[in-house]
Design a protein around this ligand. Structure first.
Ligand code: SF4
Length: 210
């Protein structure tokens, strides 16, 4: 049996689709090799996770683990997960405020850009907070700089001061029906299946780009 058939069979058996409200299920015997798998409840139409109706210490533990997963897989930066120098306290994540920008030529030390960046509207998953103690390396000249595609580089459409990145500008982050958690996270990320903060961000931010 192919891996995709196995996973489909596993999902059909264990996914509590379509809208069970208690949250996902954690199974410790998938029968396909992985030790423990968390199955979030998903909307069958969009594929997005559905936020549970009830909060609890166990749910918060799941959310925390999901944020940590997101930090590892999607360069998420939040209050309790991810590299803190990759979190923008202003929630803009613009290249102009990034430690790795080369301001006079609108270029970057680490991403192999094909065109000039826009200091007010461009960003990528490797954004870093400005810090004089965190010196950067001149990576120009290396063939192994990070490509635009790998960095999820993008430039926001529109010209206003609010056309920035951050979870507050991402349509995947919606107002949490559970309200704020004790970290101040008030948006429910339908991909990470966890509450996130307005000024957090990750690689798949879905704000409109050019
Ligand atoms: S709300 Fe958007 S930017 Fe924030 S963690 Fe989720 S997908 Fe990433």
């Amino acid at each position: 049996m192919s891996a995709s058939t196995l996973i489909k069979k596993y999902s059909a058996k264990n996914d509590p689709l379509p809208t069970k409200s208690a949250g996902g299920k954690i199974k410790n015997d998938t029968g396909i090799g992985a030790a423990v798998v968390f199955n979030p409840v998903r909307d069958p139409k969009t594929g997005y996770c559905i936020e549970p109706d009830e909060d609890s210490p166990q749910r918060r533990q799941i959310e925390k683990h999901n944020r940590e997963r997101w930090a590892h897989l999607q360069d998420y930066a939040g209050a309790d997960a991810g590299l803190q120098n990759t979190r923008d306290p202003n929630g803009k994540y613009n290249c102009g405020d990034c430690n790795q920008v080369i301001p006079k030529i609108d270029d970057c030390w680490v991403i192999d850009l094909k065109k000039k960046l826009d200091p007010a509207k461009s960003s990528c998953r490797k954004w870093e907070r400005t810090c004089k103690g965190d010196f950067e390396m001149n990576w120009h000249g290396s063939k192994n700089r990070i490509s635009e595609a790998m960095s999820n580089f993008g430039t926001r459409s529109g010209g206003g001061p609010n056309e920035v990145f951050g979870c507050h500008n991402c349509p995947i982050g919606i107002t949490s029906k559970l309200g704020k958690d004790d970290l101040g996270n008030d948006l429910y990320c339908q991909e990470a299946d966890a509450r996130v903060g307005d000024n957090d961000c990750c690689a798949i931010n879905a704000a409109k780009t050019l």
